[in-house]
Design a protein around this ligand. Structure first.
Ligand code: FES
Length: 124
């Protein structure tokens, strides 16, 4: 039986497993795609305008939709953010905070790109 995890933020220093997700070109410019790790859907974002990569849970905590990889990327002040396509709640890509001030927030994961491949960091 495979192990199923729960969404939980992983900081770079906590990573024990850099999971090889896919090649860089699997992630559209200024967009995202979902990957799966031990039963968890993770949204990985290729934020080309900022030359940055991010990963969060793919599940929007508002109405529990697996959708955030198809969210709109943007910047609020200095903060990179993703807006859920359903009700436009916005979340920080850096720490998952809900920028609309409500309580739900996202788990975030470190991302690195090496030799054209995208890796997402997990601690389990
Ligand atoms: S389901 Fe994402 S904002 Fe409502």
């Amino acid at each position: 039986m495979s192990e199923v995890l729960e969404y939980k933020t992983v900081k770079t220093e906590e990573v024990t497993n850099w999971f090889k997700a896919a090649s860089e070109d699997a992630f559209p410019a200024n967009g995202g795609a979902a990957i799966e790790y031990k039963g968890l859907q993770i949204a990985v974002y290729n934020f080309t305008r900022r030359n940055e990569w991010y990963a969060t849970q793919n599940l929007c905590p508002h109405k529990h939709q697996m959708i955030l990889s198809r969210g709109m990327l943007g910047t609020e002040g200095e903060e990179p953010k993703v807006a859920c396509p359903f009700h436009k709640k916005t979340f920080s890509l850096k720490n998952g905070t809900n920028l609309n001030g409500t309580e739900c927030e996202l788990a975030t994961y470190p991302v690195k790109v090496e030799d054209g491949f995208v890796y997402v960091g997990f601690a389990d």
